[in-house]
Design a protein around this ligand. Structure first.
Ligand SMILES: Nc1ncnc2c1ncn2[C@@H]1O[C@H](COP(=O)(O)OP(=O)(O)OP(=O)(O)O)[C@@H](O)[C@H]1O
Length: 255
C-alpha cells in the first residue's frame, strides 16, 4: 500500500500568491476531504497530486519517490483519479470504458484477459451500471456517466484514490453508495482524498479535512478540529446553522 506525501507544496493557481505550503501525508486507510469555495484550487491540488499539473514549488512523493521520477504507467498502477469533467474522446461502450482501468497493467498491444473482464464487470455491478455495459457512454445520463467513471477507477484498483467531487450528478442513494465505496476502499488499505462541496458528506465520511481558501491559505487536520462552524463560515463567506443528526453535525446555510 502506498502513501502520498507533499513536501512544502505550493500548487500553481495562476495569478495567485503562494499561500500556505502544504505538508500533508495521506496514509493507507485514511479518507481526506478537501473543502473550499469555487476557484479555491481544489481541482488544481488533486491534479498536482496526480502529477498532471506541475507544482509551483515543493514536491509530491508517491511511496517515497518524487512523482516526476516515476513513469506515468508506474503512477497509474498505484494512483487513480476520478475527474470532475470528462471529455469523450472516441465512442466507447460502458464495458470498454471500465476496461481502460486495466491499461496500466497491460503491455502496448496486449489484449485484456479474463481477469481484466472479471474485474471490470464486478466494478460495473458494484456501481449499479452493469445493465448498461453495451451502451455508448455518450448516451448515458450525467449520474450514470459519473458511476461509470468511478467504476473505471475501481477496475484500476489503485491504492490511492483522488476523486474530484465523486458524488457529482448522483441521486441521494448513489451518493451514499459511492461514499460507502470510498470507505470500503479505505478499510481495505487504500488512501482516499476527495474534493467535496457537500459539508455534510465530509462530516459523515471523512477522517481528515483540508480547508483551502481562495487566498491560497490552507489548514488541515482531523475532521472534528476542522469542521468548526466559525471556520466554515469564513471559508464559504456564508452563515451556517448546525444541528446534530445521528451523532454527526449537519450544516445548513441560513440567510
Ligand atoms: N489554465 C488556467 N488559466 C487560468 N486560470 C486557471 C487555469 N486553470 C485554473 N485556473 C484558475 O485557478 C483557480 C482554481 O481553479 P480550480 O479548478 O482548481 O478550483 P476549484 O476549487 O476546483 O473550483 P470549483 O469548486 O469551482 O470546482 C480558478 O480561479 C481558475 O479559474
Amino acid at each position: 500500500m502506498s502513501r502520498l506525501v507533499t513536501q512544502d507544496l505550493i500548487i500553481n493557481v495562476p495569478e495567485r500568491r503562494d499561500g500556505t505550503a502544504l505538508n500533508i501525508a495521506i496514509e493507507p486507510g485514511q479518507i481526506w476531504g478537501v473543502l473550499g469555495p469555487n476557484g479555491a484550487g481544489k481541482t488544481t491540488l488533486l491534479h498536482t497530486l496526480a502529477g498532471l499539473n506541475a507544482p509551483r514549488s515543493g514536491q509530491v512523493l508517491l511511496g517515497g519517490q518524487p512523482l516526476e521520477t516515476l513513469r506515468r504507467r508506474q503512477i497509474a498502477q498505484r494512483l487513480g483519479m476520478v475527474f470532475q469533467e470528462r471529455l469523450d474522446g472516441f465512442p466507447a461502450t460502458v464495458l470498454e470504458t471500465a476496461l481502460i482501468g486495466r491499461h496500466p497493467y497491460l503491455s502496448l498491444w496486449q489484449m485484456e484477459g479474463a481477469d481484466d473482464y472479471a474485474r471490470a464487470e464486478a466494478a460495473l455491478e458494484q456501481l449499479d451500471v452493469a445493465h448498461l455495459r453495451d451502451r455508448l457512454v455518450s448516451t448515458l445520463s450525467g449520474g450514470e456517466r459519473q458511476r461509470v467513471a468511478v467504476a473505471t477507477v475501481l477496475t484500476q484498483a489503485p491504492s490511492i484514490w483522488l476523486a474530484d467531487e465523486p458524488t457529482n450528478h448522483l441521486d441521494l442513494h448513489h451518493q451514499s453508495a459511492v461514499m460507502a465505496l470510498m470507505a470500503q476502499q479505505a478499510a481495505q488499505g487504500s488512501a482516499v482524498m476527495m474534493c467535496l462541496h457537500d459539508l455534510n458528506l465530509a462530516a459523515r465520511w471523512c477522517d481528515y479535512i483540508l480547508l483551502l481558501y481562495p487566498s491560497g491559505e490552507a489548514c488541515w487536520g482531523p475532521r472534528d478540529t476542522m469542521l468548526v462552524p466559525s471556520a466554515l463560515e469564513r471559508l464559504y463567506q456564508q452563515r451556517l446553522a448546525t444541528v446534530q443528526v445521528n451523532g454527526a453535525p449537519v450544516f445548513v446555510p441560513i440567510q
